[in-house]
Write a protein that binds this ligand. Structure first.
Ligand code: 13P
Length: 259
């Protein structure tokens, strides 16, 4: 098992917390959550707060950082965008790619997601590929079709070694910010579908080593049961990651021992 197949518990702060609020978060979080070697913890603050987060995590190398989005070009006349190399230099190890809000609020296509996944590897960032179906797609029985389309598009043309280095976050759109989480059984079913397809793309060993996180209305109260579900290798937490005490409870949830 690769070190990353240890459960990954990550906080996506979305458009919340500037540098001062970021420093305050870590001041409160660190004493509540001592370093643990049986899990990986990661934070996705807004890009302008990344260096404040890096400064606060300097004495805690177990607290890893990422950005919420990158553009696929390395530099140039792309007002408002951020390259992977810049994010790396500012302290990011990861980048989210294809988060539901990027897809559905900002109109990112499967092809944009594919380019960003490739660009992340170019910049030595680990992409966390986010995907998930909308409510109407679930009601129409299209969960598998949608998440496999998103996965296939994102890894199209990607070398197997890079596919093996991905993290995946299954985040059903209807569960994001709604208070209605997927059941552990729903999450396990979707993750199993994704893992089978990953095996077709990159082989059984790679598929076994790729962490597949669940996201959507994760809270301290449901984290343990979601983490206990088959094929759920971690959590991507939105709203509940903003509170240092609550996120420390999630981060300290009971996890399966890694082999
Ligand atoms: P919530 O935890 O607020 O539902 O958000 C999930 C999410 O989008 C994490 O990326």
């Amino acid at each position: 098992m690769t070190p990353l197949r240890r459960p990954v518990i990550a906080g996506n702060w979305k458009m919340n917390k500037g540098p001062a609020a970021t420093r305050e978060f870590f001041r409160q979080f660190k004493p509540r959550c001592p370093a643990r070697t049986d899990r990986t913890l990661a934070f996705f603050p807004p890009a302008v707060s990344l260096m404040a987060a890096a400064e606060m995590a300097r004495d805690r190398p177990d607290l890893l950082l990422g950005v919420q989005n990158i553009y696929w070009k390395p530099e140039g006349a792309f007002t408002g965008e951020l390259s992977g190399a810049m994010a790396r230099e500012a302290g990011a190890r990861f980048t989210l790619v294809g988060h539901s809000e990027r897809r559905h609020v900002f109109g990112e296509s499967d092809d944009d997601v594919r380019r960003k996944v490739a660009a992340a590897f170019e910049a030595d960032l680990v992409p966390v590929l986010c995907l998930g179906e909308k409510l109407e797609e679930r009601k129409a029985g299209q969960v598998e079709a949608v998440i496999l389309r998103q996965l296939d598009a994102a890894v199209s043309g990607l070398p197997e070694a890079h596919i093996a280095g991905l993290l995946i976050a299954y985040e059903p759109v209807w569960a994001i910010g709604t208070g209605v989480n997927a059941t552990p059984a729903d999450a396990a079913a979707a993750h199993a579908v994704l893992r089978r397809r990953l095996a077709e793309h990159a082989g059984e060993d790679a598929a076994r080593s790729i962490p597949i996180l669940y996201g959507g209305s994760v809270k301290p109260e449901n984290a343990t049961e979601l983490l206990a579900a088959a094929d759920v290798d971690g959590l991507l937490v939105g709203g509940a990651s903003l509170d240092p005490g609550g996120f420390a409870r999630i981060a300290l949830s009971e996890v399966r021992a890694s082999g």
